[in-house]
Design a binder for this molecule. Structure first.
Ligand code: BGC
Length: 765
């Protein structure tokens, strides 16, 4: 067979080059040697490839079974198979499972001229089959080890299903909960977002990408997508250079430094440039300044969309712009495969651009070990054994409990007593096994979450009465469809109110269906959808002992509830083990320690609202007149700030001390604080450190998170926590995108939330 012969030639060529490199690069460090060898393998392979085959590597097709975007006119199975056989496809997405992946991989390896294996991508966003909490929820844990472990489990399951590349982590910072995709990210803060980005990349990729249970990560969406105007999906983004560098880029940079093997660009424009065609982002910053040697994949047909943005007149121009700008792979766009070969032949696109792009993709395939064994991710035994194993359920349960945030607990209704209580459990979502799985969970089976009703039923000491109240949604729900919300049918309302009347405690599970957040799920209202608010108020009239358990994929604006309901838990969409996690928190078998990774506004009119805002020139009402920065109908403060979250115990902060009062720019600044558990339970606290640069050459935020530590404290225990600030934390990016550190006065704040006032000061000389 021609292909086998050629593959033998290819292997020999690679070996010769490896041997050559070993002789010539004696002085290089181990990593450099490895890099050189890889470069040479890639080069030797490129030398064997035709232009068409190289462009083929830049072509990513969706599979035939699942769809995560609008279907393009060109996309039919016949064309895809034809292209696969010609070696014109570099990878497939949303192909999963031993049989399906084998089928595709065999075509690539056995039937094409050079037998180059495919990279197999999938949206492994918060688990594969055994689901963790949605990423925003996980972020509320501030527990980097647990978050890394959650990504690890996702990688183990996904790789056992033949996948070797995930389109995660999404590291988009966003201050706008109207945007449904905040559920996929780590919230509003670039420091926390960067730490979580690293944890997730490490979790997916492990220490060695060539192991069969690690997968290549994708930092997405590069960049600015989280700042879509008015929180409307796919909308325009117009932000300053300093905002881009200080707010948007840090988690991407962190992901690149952690070794993320690919980046995905986004659907938005950035200051007039559709980002799939942005040279500034891809060439100057990512591949230039950051020296990124992985590859950039477009988002679903986003190169094609450069035409709809009005930046290119046709596919040919879109292909030229995107390839020149450094987008290496075209996802389900049919632009590269149609246009690039001709563009090169006509001398409009330099072939070196194609070599570079194809080379980057091949490099990752080498790193994944696909050239050693193209079928290494296809193992029927593993697929059966590893997916859904018991230890994964234990881990996602642990992650789910860590993600819960206790917003308020005024009358100490929580934790619930375990015996002798009559508890009314109310809400459609309390008895739902599908919604808690959250959005973005294509490979998991519907209705496989433990419902909250099931979780609470496991506690037998109380009398538990369940009433739905009202339907939240009508009919079937699906990832690709709008959820139909019930706004008229009140059947069941009276029964729920009656059940609540003589209950000791009412647990109400209200909020959003899992498919009300995620891609293309922007909202203009952040209230409880449908008739849920009416239900809540009706129940409140007969029984005020309400614990509200929210189900949400984003911050909600619940002013009425915050004022009237004594206890509120943010229960997010916690994945497969939702019901067990919520029940264990409600009953005090787990003491909540989550902290909000994103501000909860009072109402939609306050958005964007975030803790690291600027002071303005008129921040306070100095003279009692109207001339200050405020609303006439609402407070400026949020409902719950970033970093907020209570525990069943209480923590006291004291003795905030600094080693000095003045430092040189390169000094390490030592800060310590004492934290005591003064309540009645053992607990965990996220100790947060914020910094304020009082005077800068650009206006600086009133506070910026610069450190945190998750501390476990037994009741009565006290601990001293040490922080270090270095030049990494002290500076900021100016409007030329340069990182600068400026001398001057700074304030340091430490506490259990961004609204902490415990403060110390220092000067940087
Ligand atoms: C999303 C990406 C996703 C891709 C592939 C797009 O619609 O924006 O985040 O990775 O589809 O499924």
């Amino acid at each position: 067979m021609i292909s086998r012969n050629n593959r033998i030639i290819l292997s020999c060529l690679c070996l010769i080059l490896i041997a050559a490199s070993a002789c010539t690069s004696k002085d290089n460090s181990k990593t450099n040697k490895k890099d050189d060898m890889l470069d040479q393998k890639v080069d030797s392979l490129l030398a064997l490839m035709t232009l068409e085959e190289k462009v083929g590597q830049m072509n990513l097709y969706n599979g035939f079974w699942e769809v995560t975007g609008p279907m393009p006119e060109e996309g039919n199975a016949k064309t895809k198979y034809e292209h696969l056989r010609k070696g014109w496809v570099g990878g497939m997405l949303s192909v999963r499972g031993y049989d399906n992946v084998m089928k595709m991989q065999q075509i690539a390896v056995e039937e094409t001229r050079l037998g180059i294996p495919l990279i197999i991508g999938f949206d492994v966003i918060h688990g594969y089959k055994t689901l963790s909490p949605i990423p925003l929820a996980e972020s509320a844990s501030w527990d980097l080890e647990a978050i890394e472990n959650s990504a690890r489990i996702a990688a183990v399951e996904a790789s056992a299903a033949g996948i070797n590349w995930t389109f995660a982590p999404m590291v988009d910072i966003s201050r706008d909960p109207r945007w449904g995709r905040v559920m996929e990210g780590a919230g509003e803060d670039p420091y926390l977002g960067s730490k979580i980005a690293v944890a997730r990349v490490k979790g997916f990729q492990g220490d060695d990408l060539s192991q069969p249970n690690t997968i290549a990560a994708t930092a997405k969406h590069f960049a600015g997508y989280g700042f879509a105007e008015a929180g409307r999906e796919y909308n325009t983004v117009d932000i300053s250079v300093s905002k881009l560098h200080n707010m948007v880029l840090p988690p991407f940079k962190a992901a690149a430094e952690a070794g993320a093997r690919s980046f995905m660009n986004s659907f938005n424009d950035l200051n007039g440039d559709p980002v799939s065609g942005s040279e500034y982002l891809q060439r100057d910053i990512l591949k230039g300044k950051w020296n990124f040697n992985g590859f950039v994949v477009s988002d679903w047909a986003s190169i094609n969309e450069i035409i709809y943005w009005g930046r290119a007149k046709d596919k040919r121009e879109a292909a030229k712009i995107a390839a020149t700008a450094g987008s290496d792979m075209d996802m389900e766009g049919y632009v590269y495969i149609k246009e690039l070969v001709n563009l090169v032949k006509e001398g409009i696109v330099d072939e070196r651009i194609i070599d570079e792009a194809a080379g980057r993709i091949l490099r990752v395939k080498f790193e994944l070990g696909l050239f050693d064994d193209p079928y290494k991710y296809c193992n029927k035994e593993n697929e059966k054994k590893l997916i859904g194993q018991e230890s994964h359920h234990e881990a996602v349960l642990d992650m789910a409990k860590k993600s819960v945030v206790l917003l308020k607990n005024d009358n100490k209704l929580l934790p619930l007593k375990k015996e002798g209580q009559k508890i009314a459990l109310i809400g459609h979502l309390a008895n739902d096994k599908n919604s808690p799985l959250g959005s973005w969970r294509i490979a998991s089976d519907d209705n496989t979450a433990v419902s909250i009703l099931e979780g609470m039923n496991a506690y037998k000491g109380n009398e538990l009465i369940y009433k739905k109240g009202v339907d939240l949604f009508l009919g079937e729900t699906a990832f690709t469809k709008e959820v139909k919300i019930n706004t008229t049918d009140r059947t069941g309302m009276v029964a729920a109110v009656n059940a609540a009347k003589d209950a000791d405690v009412v647990v109400m599970v209200l909020g959003e269906h899992g498919f009300q957040s995620g891609e293309a799920r922007s909202r203009t209202q952040l209230d409880l959808p449908g008739l849920q608010q009416e239900l809540l108020e009706a129940v409140y009239k007969v029984n005020k002992n309400i614990v509200l358990v929210l189900q949400n994929g984003r911050p909600l604006a619940l002013e009425w509830a915050a004022e009237h309901i004594p206890s509120i838990l943010v229960g997010w969409h916690l994945g497969t083990q939702t019901g067990n996690a919520i029940a264990q928190v409600l009953y005090g078998d787990y003491n909540p320690s989550g902290k909000l990774p994103m501000t909860f506004p009072r109402n939609v009119g306050q958005i964007p609202i975030y803790y690291n805002h600027k002071n303005t020139g008129r921040a306070t009402n100095r003279e009692g007149n109207v001339f200050w920065s405020h609303y006439i109908d609402q407070e400026n403060s949020p409902l719950y700030p970033f970093g907020h979250g209570l525990s069943y115990t209480n923590f006291k902060y004291s003795d905030l001390t600094m080693s000095n009062s003045s430092y040189a720019i390169n000094d390490e600044i030592d800060i310590s604080v004492t934290v005591s558990n003064i309540g009645a339970y053992n607990g965990k606290e996220v100790v947060q450190l914020y910094l304020r640069d009082l005077v800068g050459s650009l206006v600086r935020p009133v506070k910026e998170l610069k450190g945190f530590e998750l501390v476990s404290l037994k009741k009565g225990a006290t601990k001293t926590i040490e922080f270090k600030l270095t030049s990494k934390e002290l500076g900021f990016y100016n409007n030329s995108g340069e990182y600068i550190i400026e001398p001057g006065d700074f304030e340091v704040f430490v506490g259990g939330s961004s609204d902490t006032t415990l403060k110390a000061s220092f000067t940087l000389k």
